[in-house]
Design a protein around this ligand. Sequence first.
Ligand SMILES: NC(=O)c1ccc[n+]([C@@H]2O[C@H](COP(=O)([O-])OP(=O)(O)OC[C@H]3O[C@@H](n4cnc5c(N)ncnc54)[C@H](O)[C@@H]3O)[C@@H](O)[C@H]2O)c1
Length: 465
Amino acid sequence: MQKTYLQGTKKITQLDLASLNKLLTSNQIRACVIGIGRIGLPTALTIANAKVPTVGVDINAELVNKINSGIFPLKDEPGYDKIFTDVMNQKLFHATTKIEEAVPNSDLILLSLPTPMDKDNIPDYSALRIVGKQLGRFMEPHSLVVVESTIEPGFIENELVQIIESENRLVAGKTFGIGVCPENANPGEILHDFTKLPRLVGGFDEDTTDIIMETYRHIFPVELIRMPNCKTANAVKLTTNVFRDINIAFINELAILFEKLDIDILKVLEAADKKYNFQIHYPGPGVGGPCLPVNSYQLLNSARKFDSGLLKIVQASRQINEGMPSHVIDLLSNALNDANKTIKNSTILLLGISYKADVKDIQLSPAEQIVKKLKELGAKVRIYDPYFKSTKIYDINTENDLPSSISDIDGVIIVTPHKEFSDLEPTFLSSKIKNLTVIDTRGIMDKRAAKKAGLIFRGLGRGKI
Ligand SMILES: NC(=O)c1ccc[n+]([C@@H]2O[C@H](COP(=O)([O-])OP(=O)(O)OC[C@H]3O[C@@H](n4cnc5c(N)ncnc54)[C@H](O)[C@@H]3O)[C@@H](O)[C@H]2O)c1
């Protein structure tokens, strides 16, 4: 393996900014990204595309082999397939499972490791802890570590630094640099976000922040927001996502109230959005994905260390959003009743299972809870999702196409507003099945058209027709 250019000379954290810039623009800095999943792979490709030779490290040998044989695994991430081909052809990027080789040969080491939560909703930082130990063992002195994973404020200062230092080779701020740049990108739009969204940069000390800012300026053509330290940058990331979780919970509760008051929430939101200081959020069947639910629990975990009653609003929001699948089931039961049917022995088709539109991702998707509840109540469940055709999800063999999935069913629940469903005509559904029940949890169907077509329609938060 080729040794890093900077070996034997001044290393990345020892350089003045002008020298660093010179080395970056002459392609002499080497990087590795540890964790090349949904976020890490596009990150690594972006660095390589800025002509910084980059190695992607992952424990998933199948993923690594796929990448090295030229197969781009993120088909729902527009723009990156071309960048992938370009950087692979130019030998600016490859993948490996060998962290012990990649790390000592890199000046810049980015961590894009998963930070999920366990079954009790406690954040799980085990991947960062394992890799922290390996960095302590394998990193060359004066390398730079940037953590892009979403973590609680204080995790770097109070834990990761100590883990790296525990190998008794390196000391933060003296013989290695460490900082954070919490990732903000949205799956399905990562290329757009990497070229448009501002990024937060916080370092262990001011000099490290300078070095990260200079390095990132070379790679990401976006505004870099300098933060006073790591924990403040991580606090911003959590604040923005938990803000969304709370606001969606508010709108979800309003949706339930407006159903009772016979008010259409979409009309309310459309008009409210005309006011300069209103920020629109939409109701839905629950809040999923690898970020929002996890980030709320991360913030709650931080608060619990001081006072278990702190952040009541976040606790309540989680409860509301996690209760939405039950509300969807109530809407279905109520609508089926109009057709003299019950959930028991009905066949229900879920349209979409991804946690959000147009991505192939079911992490913490409310679809899972909806399926579970339907099965418990004795329904047969079918799934059609354009991103999960003819496969097995939640122990169900998924459908291959939309038209053929609409036969011999009693109800449809629109869970994910994928583009493919946006022009779903009520008459198309009613032409296939008489008295079909349709529950639209995403506001994509015109409720008057649904009624006119003869569907038994319920829209989440939509009031009566
Ligand atoms: N996906 C998103 O929408 C999103 C958006 C913003 C931020 N984030 C944050 O980015 C981070 C990464 O998330 P992701 O969605 O890319 O996760 P992911 O699960 O898609 O990818 C993580 C990768 O890390 C690898 N990995 C796990 N343990 C490892 C180890 N010990 N050594 C090497 N590789 C290891 C996994 O095999 C996987 O390929 C998380 O902190 C997440 O919260 C995610």
